[in-house]
Design a protein around this ligand. Sequence first.
Ligand SMILES: NC(=O)c1ccc[n+]([C@@H]2O[C@H](COP(=O)([O-])OP(=O)(O)OC[C@H]3O[C@@H](n4cnc5c(N)ncnc54)[C@H](OP(=O)(O)O)[C@@H]3O)[C@@H](O)[C@H]2O)c1
Length: 159
Amino acid sequence: MKIVIIAAIAKNGVIGKSNGEMSWHIKEEFQHFKKTTLGFPVLMGRKTFCSLGKPLKLRENIIVTSDKNYSIPSDQTYVLNTIQAGIELAKSFNKEKLFIIGGGEIYTQSISLADEMILSHLAFDAEGDVYFPKFTISDWNIRKEIPNDNFSIVYYSKK
Ligand SMILES: NC(=O)c1ccc[n+]([C@@H]2O[C@H](COP(=O)([O-])OP(=O)(O)OC[C@H]3O[C@@H](n4cnc5c(N)ncnc54)[C@H](OP(=O)(O)O)[C@@H]3O)[C@@H](O)[C@H]2O)c1
């Protein structure tokens, strides 16, 4: 199972706001996220899950939290207490990929575990206080780059 980070990152590195508000709305970028992740398990931090407000449809939603009593009464939703436990669970679904969908804390801890990244690099700065972690570009090969109006989707594979 490949571990794939997927994120949208403003020019200034911002990925969101710690109060859970979205920093931008780009329909085409959202559609790209949906099309790419549909049918695969997605792993996210508890704060990202709270900002989504509900599970993502047609995907096994794996939520990580340190809260041992956290529960979500919903099908296709799994609560785990470590990222590694979430990854092990995802393996049991026998899917080709697991998508790590954020937020900042989870990206920071999982970038070393990822085989691939699909990053939408936005053409503008955004307001916010949650950032994508700095990564060493020389650790990654760029496989493909798809330009769009306001953003460019870059497909990275770990060397
Ligand atoms: N632009 C994008 O592509 C994108 C994608 C996703 C999210 N976002 C944005 O990112 C922001 C949220 O990011 P964030 O960094 O604040 O939070 P986050 O990474 O979504 O979630 C952090 C929470 O996850 C849990 N957690 C973290 N590491 C853990 C570990 N090792 N083991 C167990 N639980 C762990 C903790 O939950 P507990 O506190 O419950 O223990 C922690 O408070 C929002 O603004 C969201 O909109 C942007």
